[in-house]
Write a protein that binds this ligand. Structure first.
Ligand SMILES: Cc1cc2nc3c(=O)[nH]c(=O)nc-3n(C[C@H](O)[C@H](O)[C@H](O)COP(=O)(O)OP(=O)(O)OC[C@H]3O[C@@H](n4cnc5c(N)ncnc54)[C@H](O)[C@@H]3O)c2cc1C
Length: 471
């Protein structure tokens, strides 16, 4: 029987955040990871033709000094390419800069008026409290969209786009995650952009971001993993059972590990199944999530002129399966095997019980839509195509989520099992790479101090953390 004080399950950003802090504090720890590498959902893959693919569009921006320090340690200050976000929405067969609602001047005049009228009606109804739902009474994301943007923006962009990305109707989504994720423009600014015809593009926490020079996003997590003591890490070692009473973990290879504290970063529904007896086995049924299908298309030649500086694009229309397309070769020329002579597009298509996807035809459907949307001018330039399905990609911010998730987390904590991370704690608004790393890091701080939940602000007060942008 192996023994350690702190046992970590999973070597994604959360597990690596926990391990990094334990390492700094010279503690006794060990990490078990199912696959043969670091990074989890933030890992990068090379296809048969040598094109690199992240698992969906990953960009680096941060709310934390500690995260930035680790990023610089990982790749060195010059291991990064800085980017000014250039992101667009493809709506009604025209490009509108992101955020859509801040750039209505780009629409046809009928649509423009529809959107402005909706915004005016929404503002009026909030003032008078007569029409629609008052903001204080809003219960779900659908009502929030309507009360905030009115009918035009909701119909033309918000509702179709959000169904495509979340794969659940907006009525089933909470509004607590919105914070820094959805731009809410002042009416004055909307009208200003319409009158002046000027694009307004600087909104949001990721207006500037950075990307690794080489190796894709996964290069960061490989480097962080390699900075740790390798004898403390077991890769290709899936955990198959947690004996909660005996404080032991069993791996697929039959090894057993005794722990004092267990930090689990695997999806919470999987932990419930692996560690029976803590909560009812059907407690996981209410945890909604969606899958994402990532299609990578490698192409010979140069991107068309209009894509040369674009980062990513949003697609609310029903002609395409994808909700987002990234010009992945624009992030780093090294994302393709022949830099300068090839380029690449990466698409993301969500999937859930409410939104099935035909996998057999997805790559072909994607290519057809990319051609129709003007992103692939010449089909014969395609030299690589790849499909990767992420069975759990987005932890859905479903209605009443915290009332379901928090008691489960507390039940595990009472047994010294700390479930943290994107799916470990199921909190979308605190589930980017920086948040995940911080969740692991802060959890260790709390454990070492025998502290309370306030010591984990990322998990328990994400609005506060997200409001504290790191320059
Ligand atoms: C489509 C998409 C786009 C994203 N875009 C961005 C972005 O732009 N910017 C950003 O910062 N973040 C982004 N993210 C989020 C980022 O990927 C996550 O923050 C991060 O990967 C979550 O880290 P984690 O450690 O919590 O979980 P994971 O990355 O899921 O890691 C969990 C680890 O546990 C391992 N594991 C699972 N089961 C077992 C088992 N039984 N035994 C042992 N190990 C096990 C897994 O193999 C995995 O390595 C995106 C994510 C997705 C899916």
């Amino acid at each position: 029987m192996n023994e350690t004080e702190y046992l970590i399950i999973g070597a994604g950003p959360t597990g690596l955040g926990a391990a990094s802090r334990l390492n700094e504090r010279k503690q006794d720890w060990h990490m078990l990871e199912a696959v043969d590498g670091f990074g989890g959902l933030a890992a990068t893959f090379k296809d048969e033709r040598g094109f690199l693919w992240d698992q969906g569009g990953h960009v680096q921006f941060s709310h934390y000094d500690t995260f930035d320090r680790y990023m610089n340690l990982a790749l060195g200050a010059d291991g990064w390419l800085p980017h000014q976000r250039e992101s667009w929405c493809w709506v009604r067969r025209r490009w509108v800069p992101y955020p859509f609602q801040n750039n209505l001047h780009r629409l046809e005049k009928e649509d423009r008026w529809k959107c402005v009228k909706g915004l005016l009606d929404a503002a009026e109804s909030q003032r008078a409290g007569t029409i629609g739902v008052r903001k204080s009474q809003i219960e779900n994301f659908a009502e929030w969209m309507l009360a905030t943007f009115g009918e035009g923006v909701t119909e033309i962009f918000m509702r179709p786009y959000n169904f495509k990305v979340w794969a659940f109707p907006a009525e089933q989504l909470d509004r607590g995650w919105i914070g820094e994720r959805v731009a809410v423009p002042a009416l004055k600014n909307v009208l200003k952009s319409i009158c002046t015809g000027e694009d307004s593009v600087s909104w949001g926490p990721n207006a500037v971001f950075r990307f690794p020079q080489s190796g894709g996003t996964g290069a960061v997590w490989n480097a962080i993993g390699r900075m740790l003591r390798q004898e403390r890490i077991s890769l290709s070692t899936p955990v198959v059972h947690v004996d909660v009473a005996g404080r032991t973990v069993e791996t697929a290879g039959g090894a057993r590990w005794k722990y004092r504290q267990l930090i689990s970063t695997i999806p919470l529904d999987k932990l419930i199944a692996l560690a029976p007896g803590v909560v009812a086995s059907d407690a996981a049924n209410g945890l909604l999530f969606s899958a994402t299908n990532v299609v990578g298309i490698g192409l010979a030649g140069q991107p068309p002129e209009h894509l040369r500086t674009k980062c990513w694009m949003y697609f609310p229309e029903s002609n395409s399966p994808y909700y987002r397309v990234t010009v992945f070769s624009n992030y780093s020329p090294n994302n393709v095997p022949l830099p300068g002579r090839q380029w690449s597009l990466m698409t993301e298509t969500s999937e859930s019980s409410e939104k099935p996807v035909r996998h057999e035809t997805l790559v072909e459907d994607t290519i057809n839509a990319l051609v129709e949307d003007g992103l692939i001018p010449d089909r014969s330039a395609i030299c690589s195509r790849t499909l990767r399905r992420l069975p759990q990609a987005y932890p859905t911010p479903f209605l009443g989520r915290d009332a379901v998730v928090h008691p489960i987390l507390r039940a595990f904590e009472s047994r010294d099992i700390w479930s943290r991370g994107r799916f470990g704690a199921w909190k979308y608004e605190a589930a980017n790479q920086d948040h995940s790393f911080a969740q692991g890091y802060e959890c260790v701080e709390r454990l070492l101090a025998s502290g309370e939940a306030e010591m984990e602000p990322t998990l328990f007060t994400p609005t506060l953390v997200n409001g504290r942008r790191n320059p």
